[in-house]
Design a binder for this molecule. Structure first.
Ligand SMILES: O=c1[nH]cnc2c1ncn2[C@@H]1O[C@H](CO)[C@@H](O)[C@H]1O
Length: 591
């Protein structure tokens, strides 16, 4: 033990060291500067407009003031237990939804030019609230049918039953879903489980409770809607599991399909989907329809429209929209139309996969400018892995090469916490096969951080990640955006884009058509290191990694640059004064 004199001397010495610790502070400054220099959005920052630091300052001031604003989030650390009106900024998406609607930061995210939307399932751009009015409309009044997987004769069955909508000829034999003797078997050729949707709506009891009752929908529609969309109750309830969330979601997509897949609405949908993207400041999209179902019905249910008919409708409606926009002098808002990524389920046997691959090539030959990729869909924790089909996929790539056509793979890969390709063996991870099969981009890539070698290889092969953060939360990969690995994936140097995946099913009960705006909002509140240079970089990558031609990409980037300039001016004009008057804490220097 040292004597008191020695202790005194040591303490005096340490105070002297602290006073002369400039060196430490300098080292620390250098360390931070080095990290900032190599930050993932350095490219966008290097080309920032002179006005961008100002935009950055406004956005940060607003974000940080909204974090502590008691009417929005109220995230002030305190010993007092906060009241039930507080929410975490970057907490659960659906719980925060009503706050986001009030947020200035969200309004800025809505106004921001987004570039391209590269990962969105075809049916889910629009919410069910916009589709139900069509399903009760005159053209399908006699033909829109419904079946349930249980008789709706007890309260319990209302909760348990799955629902499917479909347009069928008007002479379809009608059943009564509400009768105790209702037979739901859809596979038995001697049974017709279908009930006319208009009868179903009339017979629907008035005392069935729904979690959400969006304006304009009747009881039956609210009930059916809840079988389709992800709600707070079905995703956040404390006994929900990962598989449970996926099962609900899959039931939802099966139910939802019937609302979009008939001739008049399919046609109407294309234009409306484009309108919604334009409002969301998206300039181009690559949509993913599930094309294993080969046809959709005409409104009277008597004709079948095959894949060629469907693709023709898409081309016609895109052209109509282009013509209308050109007339308004607004073609730059959606200059390249749409492209289609052929999707088929990962659950099918090999011979079926072979015929799907053949169908994809046929469709590409018929619609060379429309078909731009091939993907496998469905939960990755269920069979099959991509590797299971490797021979067929290698053969497909070789066939495309000899036909001189390009159909790059854009597989869902790494959208999993198990990362075992639907097996018990981590060696079956889809992330290996996505690399070896030369994917142009992958859907999600959530699990990629587990593979440092793959990270390097993905970068080398310039494989872009289509991140879908809200989808990942709602399907139980993470608890909220702050737990999502996007900051680490970006910091690892991977090129990423932001995507809404299934916005029509993820939006909650609000009549608004934003989809990508929510994703951009989420990353800004999900990581304190996100900046508007980061926003811009993500949008620019979405153009660079799209399937547009080199000339279109160049044009797209030019349009984006002009839109970005206007955006920065708009932010200052609209929120500059407001932000200057905020008395928020000292802001971090992120520029
Ligand atoms: O995030 C996803 N991962 C994998 N499959 C998906 C995802 N979202 C939708 N689907 C699947 O795509 C088909 C058409 O929508 C549906 O089968 C749905 O389950």
């Amino acid at each position: 033990m040292s004597n008191p004199e020695e202790t005194k001397e040591l303490l005096a010495e340490s105070i002297r060291t602290a006073q002369s610790s400039h060196e430490y502070r300098q080292d620390r400054g250098k360390l931070l500067a080095a990290e900032k220099e190599g930050v993932w959005y350095a490219g966008a920052r290097a080309q920032a407009l002179p006005s961008e630091p100002r935009t950055q300052e406004i956005v940060l001031r607003i974000r940080e003031s909204e974090r502590i604003d008691p009417t929005l989030y109220g995230n002030l650390p305190s010993e007092a237990v906060p009241d039930s009106s507080t929410r975490d900024m970057g907490g659960r998406f659906l719980a925060n939804k009503s706050r986001i609607a009030e947020s200035r930061l969200f309004k800025i995210a809505q106004r921001m030019p987004k570039g391209c939307h590269l990962h969105i399932h075809f049916n889910s751009e629009l919410p069910p609230e916009e589709l139900f009015p069509h399903a009760r409309g005159s053209t399908v009044l006699q033909t829109m049918h419904v079946r349930t997987t249980k008789p709706l004769s007890s309260r319990e069955n209302f909760a348990l039953a799955e629902v499917v909508l479909s347009v069928l000829p008007k002479d379809t034999k009608n059943s009564d879903c509400f009768a105790p003797e209702y037979n739901p078997d859809a596979k038995d050729p001697n049974n017709s489980p279908w009930m006319l949707w208009s009868d179903f709506r009339k017979s629907f009891p008035s005392d069935v409770d729904c979690e959400e009752t969006p304006e304009g929908l009747d009881k039956a529609e609210c009930w059916a809607r809840e079988k389709m969309v992800v709600t707070r109750r079905n995703t956040y309830n404390d006994v929900q599991t990962h598989n449970g969330a996926w099962a609900c979601f899959n039931q939802g997509t099966r139910a939802f399909k019937g609302l979009v897949n008939y001739e008049s609405v399919y046609r109407w949908y294309i234009g409306k989907a484009i309108d919604s993207m334009v409002r969301d400041r998206v300039m181009y999209a690559e949509l993913r329809p599930m094309l294993m179902d080969k046809s959709i019905p005409s409104d009277d249910g008597t004709r079948k429209l095959d894949l060629k008919d469907q693709m023709t409708i898409i081309c016609e409606e895109v052209q109509k929209k282009r013509d209308a926009m050109e007339k308004q002098g607004e073609l730059d808002r959606f200059p390249f139309g749409l492209k289609i990524i052929y999707c088929t389920p990962r659950s099918i046997p090999k011979p079926k996969m072979q015929s799907e691959l053949n169908d994809c090539i046929q469709l590409k030959l018929q619609f060379p400018d429309l078909i731009c990729g091939f993907d496998l869909v469905g939960a990755e924790d269920r069979p099959n892995s991509i590797g299971f089909y490797a021979d067929l996929l290698v053969g497909f790539a070789a066939t495309c090469k000899s036909l001189k056509i390009s159909i790059p793979f854009m597989f869902h890969a790494g959208e999993s916490l198990l990362d075992t390709g639907g097996s018990f063996n981590p060696d079956n991870s889809n992330l290996y096969d996505a690399l070896l099969l030369n994917c142009k981009r992958i859907g999600h890539g959530y699990a990629l951080l587990k593979h440092p070698l793959l990270i390097e290889r993905y970068k080398k092969q310039d494989i872009c990640l289509e991140l879908c953060p809200i989808s990942n939360e709602l399907l139980h990969l993470c608890g909220n955006i702050r737990e999502h690995p996007f900051p680490a994936l970006l910091a690892a140097g991977l090129h990423c884009t932001l995507n809404a995946d299934n916005p029509g099913l993820y939006r909650g009960a609000t009549h608004d058509s934003s989809s990508l705006s929510y994703e951009f909002y989420q990353v800004m509140v999900g990581d304190t290191r996100m900046t508007i240079h980061g926003w811009k970089q993500l949008a620019q990558w979405s153009i660079e990694h799209s399937c547009l031609s080199a000339a279109d990409k160049e044009r797209g980037l030019k349009i984006f640059q002009k839109d970005w300039e206007e955006f920065c001016v708009w932010v200052d004009d609209t929120y500059g004064g407001y932000a200057d008057n905020l008395t928020s804490p000292a802001l971090p220097n992120l520029s």
